[in-house]
Write a protein that binds this ligand. Structure first.
Ligand SMILES: Cc1cc2nc3c(=O)[nH]c(=O)nc-3n(C[C@H](O)[C@H](O)[C@H](O)COP(=O)(O)OP(=O)(O)OC[C@H]3O[C@@H](n4cnc5c(N)ncnc54)[C@H](O)[C@@H]3O)c2cc1C
Length: 467
């Protein structure tokens, strides 16, 4: 029996008192979009009992205090673009969306900090920074849809992490509502802070299990004047991957080094209905470099060209940035277009081991006769391997997928890798987390969760199992 109570008409009335009648939804049809994220498959869908749309941290605090008193789960939600099934209310309760908290509150040019509410879209953060000649370097491929609060909660990575780091490095502070309904600011506009434990970093990547982010302090950097994207096309996966450490060691400081295997190129080509270069047999490495001096950038491009050509590249070209990034960023949609049900793996290994991982994935694809294609934030050691069900019988899929995952992660952990580089654990990877994370690490995570959320109401059943 569930330890939680259901959402009653009295609770709905109390929620309406807090946020106003029209900001509380209980109609199942209307709530359908809040029943899933981007993870596909029937077992990853659950219609919430109620969806609430608060406008302020004070309203959220009141909701959380009510939920604590009545033992009702609260599931924070951003744009629902997650790949870990962590914004879905599997144990019932309240889905709390930050959609109405969509304001950029301040751009502090003295301290190079933007203060934003959690429901601002990532692309809006980027645009607002750009309008003042700054760069917000967080750049997940889902940035046109995802919210900045969701990026913080998942420690989103994306395409510029090799130079600028993941969301962890972009965030100087957060205001949160704690699982017991208190409001507190952790960090802030400070450049450095050794004042006790770094609770800001504990919240980042906690997937809504340790509190609800209600304000974010984001670091900005001066915007580089020029960016160039190079596309190097290789005849084999191995030759493409081998080039990555050579580019990094050359002294160039690229913004990103991305990999697309031939299968993913063809899938994106078919999805976009747009011819991509050498799609018959090429494997891509996309290198972006940026700076203020055009001639210095050109010299770096020549260096990349020399390195790639010496290692057997079929062609190295200055890429049309719109076209090449549209192709790279369409990977997830291309998977879905080929197969409504698929599993997006988010493997991370030390950069030096990435070649072994893509080889292993290709081997498993052949062994189990299942379509798997890969892209990678290659210089981060982060491989996205999408395993597609296509027309496989659902029973066989449900039996085969865990076996493939088991084989992948046994291999990945032996290489010093982990389950997720940027998508998080959520509900989807909970069993794998129990199996592969170190028991002491799990014990520490449980202790943190229990200390901060004694009633286990904040996004329960995600990240780590708690008794
Ligand atoms: C096509 C596509 C491409 C993608 N590319 C990338 C990529 O390049 N890099 C990457 O890292 N990810 C990527 N993702 C995954 C996803 O977009 C990110 O995880 C993103 O950060 C989720 O943001 P969201 O607003 O959609 O959050 P949601 O999916 O709504 O929620 C994700 C998690 O955050 C929690 N949460 C949301 N808001 C808050 C809040 N205010 N306070 C506390 N917890 C909160 C939720 O409870 C949940 O646990 C991609 C997804 C898609 C569909």
């Amino acid at each position: 029996m569930s330890q939680y109570h259901s959402v009653t008409v009295e609770i709905v009335a109390a929620l309406k008192d807090i946020v106003g009648d029209k900001h509380v939804w209980t109609d199942p049809e209307r709530m359908e979009p809040y029943s899933h994220d981007e993870v596909t498959g029937e077992k990853y869908i659950k219609i919430p009992e109620v969806v609430v749309f608060p406008k302020t941290a004070e309203e959220i605090a009141a909701i959380v205090r009510l939920a604590n008193r009545e033992l009702i789960p609260v599931v924070p939600r951003g744009a629902g673009t997650g790949y870990a099934c962590s914004a879905v209310a599997f144990q019932g309760g309240i889905v709390l969306t930050t959609e109405r908290m969509d304001q950029i509150l301040e751009i502090d040019e003295q301290n190079l900090i933007m203060v934003a509410e959690p429901g601002v879209r990532t692309s809006e953060v980027q645009k607002a920074a750009g309008a003042k000649d700054y760069l917000y370097p967080g750049d997940p491929s889902s940035g046109d849809s995802s919210f900045i609060g969701g990026n913080v909660a998942t420690n989103a990575g994306g395409n510029k992490a090799i130079k600028y780091g993941t969301t962890r490095q972009q965030v100087a502070g957060v205001e949160i509502v704690t699982p017991e309904g208190e409001i507190v600011t952790l960090g802030g506009k400070l450049k450095k802070d050794s004042t006790g434990y770094c609770l800001t970093q504990l919240i980042i990547g906690s997937e809504g299990t340790l509190g609800i982010v209600t304000k974010v302090y984001l670091r900005l950097v001066p915007r580089p004047k020029h960016v160039m994207d190079l596309l190097a096309i290789f005849p084999s996966m191995d030759s493409a991957i081998r080039i990555v450490p050579k580019i990094i060691k050359s002294g160039i400081n690229p913004v990103c080094v991305e990999f697309m295997d031939n299968r993913s190129i063809r899938s994106c080509e078919a999805f976009l209905n747009e011819k991509l270069p050498h799609s018959d047999k090429g494997h891509y490495i996309i290198v972006s470099i940026e700076g203020n001096e055009e001639t210095a950038l050109e010299e770096q491009c020549v260096l990349v060209d020399d390195i790639c050509s010496a290692d057997g590249a079929l062609e190295v070209v200055i890429a049309d940035p719109v076209k090449i990034w549209r192709a790279r960023k369409s990977f997830g949609e291309a998977s879905r277009a080929r197969s409504r049900i698929f599993s997006a793996e988010d493997i991370v290994v030390p950069m030096s081991e990435i070649g072994q991982v893509v080889d292993k994935v290709a081997e498993l694809s052949r062994k189990h006769d299942v379509f798997i294609h890969c892209v990678a934030h290659a210089a981060d050691g982060n491989v996205h391997a999408d395993i597609l069900k296509e027309d496989m019988d659902i029973g066989k899929w449900n039996e085969l997928l865990p076996r493939i995952q088991e084989e992948i992660y046994q291999f990945v952990y032996a290489l010093g890798g982990k389950l997720s580089g940027e998508h998080g654990i959520g509900y989807k990877r909970l069993q794998l987390m129990e199996k592969f994370a170190h028991p002491v690490e799990l014990k520490m995570m449980r202790a943190v969760k229990k200390a901060l959320d004694p009633n286990n109401i904040m996004n329960p059943g995600k990240v780590v199992k708690v008794d």
